[in-house]
Design a protein. Structure first.
Length: 125
């Protein structure tokens, strides 16, 4: 499995890399939404875990662009500032879920379960 991690924080990328490495054959890191879009096709990730707030191009905008081109892409958005409105915006953009960063420890479990093929909101508090 290839997992793409998109976050402007090197610390969060490192934490996520450590969390997903046991189940990923390959981990690709991107620093923002534009970097993600530039690398997506060449990387062909099975999953992407992407922050919402980033410089240059934010996660929701990047997700909307990707979803228009690759509607089957599997993306989990994450945020430090969760709200029901953000979960709804993430789903409308094509993300499979939106996860509060305090729940990052759940990322491996969520990627393995594949969300059982359904779009569903994830913990926001």
């Amino acid at each position: 499995m290839t997992v793409m991690i998109v976050d402007d924080s090197i610390e969060i990328r490192g934490l996520l890399r450590d969390l997903v490495s046991p189940l990923a054959d390959r981990v690709v890191e991107c620093v923002d939404g534009q970097d993600f879009l530039d690398q997506y096709d060449a990387s062909s990730p099975d999953w992407t875990v992407m922050d919402v707030r980033m410089p240059r191009l934010d996660g929701l905008s990047a997700m909307r662009t990707l979803h228009a081109l690759r509607p089957s892409a599997r993306v989990l958005l994450m945020t430090e500032f969760p709200s029901l409105a953000l979960v709804q915006a993430a789903q409308a953009a094509g993300a499979l879920g939106c996860l509060a960063k305090e729940y990052l420890h759940r990322v491996p479990e969520l990627l393995q379960s594949g969300f059982e093929g359904e779009i569903q909101p994830l913990p926001i508090s």
